[in-house]
Design a protein around this ligand. Structure first.
Ligand SMILES: Nc1ncnc2c1ncn2[C@@H]1O[C@H](COP(=O)(O)OP(=O)(O)OP(=O)(O)O)[C@@H](O)[C@H]1O
Ligand SMILES: [Mg+2]
Length: 298
């Protein structure tokens, strides 16, 4: 983790309800966030509705790299418009940058996971949800971007609708260019992202594949996490997946999963990019086909 320039490493307290973020936005509640960013539920006077606002924590207001990251995410979100991708209404790039977005109701899949409520999803629901995320990723890729951080806490689920958000790690995709940085989440990272080489559309398929596998199996991680050493500036050792471990097919762990659905999940998490689905559309096609063969779709 890079130490912030000009800011403290401590997380500052979130603003209280009623705090005016600017002349338009009043904080209703703190929705979440990480060390550097806070996301608030706000009332927008101008839009006459509730919105979510992502902004930097107070101690990062003068941290150039953190400012740049929120600005970059805002600029990316402004380009996107898809039913399964969070919508940005407004992006303020002046002073303390803010991304004003649609307020996604429901729960993140991360919350579902942390509460251990894996059984909340039937196999059919999982296939439907993951299919929506494949559509979202196909669209994102069509806009020239990779998400690179597909994981449960970046997906909101409400009443059958899955929405992908958190584009803080997203990058413009260009085969000739190396990755901007090594951000991402170890448990969901394909080997090519871990090793920062030749990422592509299939890299997002891997993250979605791990998410799919975990939803099918009640939370089992297909590859175990292993320590990967640390470089001189890091306080904690890095961890990465041990790709040499052969995952069990999800149908062996959960008998409700058909062999056809299990083989789609297994191909999505292939460590060898050549053997993985090339892109989320191919993954989705195989998913639909696996349902058809199981007699669920006609
Ligand atoms: N548009 C939204 N509507 C509702 N809640 C949101 C929205 N965007 C973010 N959140 C909430 O804020 C949390 C943090 O947002 P986000 O994932 O974008 O930031 P982050 O810095 O990556 O945090 P994390 O490390 O927890 O993923 C989310 O897990 C979610 O609970
Ligand atoms: Mg996130």
């Amino acid at each position: 983790m890079v130490k912030p320039r000009g800011g403290s490493t401590k997380r500052t307290r979130a603003f209280e309800p009623g705090y005016r973020l600017d002349s338009d936005l009043t904080v209703v509640e703190h929705l979440g966030g990480s060390r550097k960013v806070d996301v608030y539920l706000c009332r927008s006077k101008r839009l006459k509705r509730l919105v979510a606002c992502k902004t930097l924590g107070r101690s990062y207001w003068t941290d150039f790299s953190a400012l740049e990251a929120v600005m970059r995410e805002g600029q990316i979100l402004r380009r996107l418009n898809h039913p399964n991708v969070v919508k940005a209404f407004r992006v303020e790039l002046q002073d303390n940058p803010r991304i004003v977005m649609e307020h996604l109701t429901g729960q993140t899949l991360g919350t579902t996971f942390f509460e251990g409520n894996y059984a909340a999803f039937e196999v059919g629901d999982v296939v439907n949800l993951v299919g929506q995320l494949a559509d979202a990723l196909s669209y994102v890729h069509g806009q020239g971007l990779l998400h690179l951080d597909v994981k449960p806490s970046n997906v909101m689920y409400d009443d059958g609708r899955a929405t992908l958000f958190d584009f803080s790690v997203a990058e413009e995709y260009s085969p000739a260019h190396p990755l901007r940085d090594s951000s991402g989440t170890a448990e969901y990272m394909a080997p090519e992202q871990t090793h920062r080489r030749h990422v592509g559309y299939a890299t997002d398929v891997f993250g979605l594949g791990v998410l799919f596998y975990r939803l099918l199996t009640g939370g089992v991680l297909p590859y175990p996490l292993a320590a990967a050493g640390r470089n001189g500036t890091e306080r904690r050792p890095r961890r990465r997946l041990d790709y040499s471990h052969a995952p069990r097919p999800p149908s062996e762990i959960n008998p409700a999963v058909s062999a056809a659905v299990a083989s789609v999940a297994m191909r999505a998490i292939e460590p060898d990019i050549q053997r993985r689905y090339d892109n989320p559309s191919d993954f989705k096609l195989a998913l639909v086909e696996s349902q058809r063969s199981a007699g669920i779709l006609r």
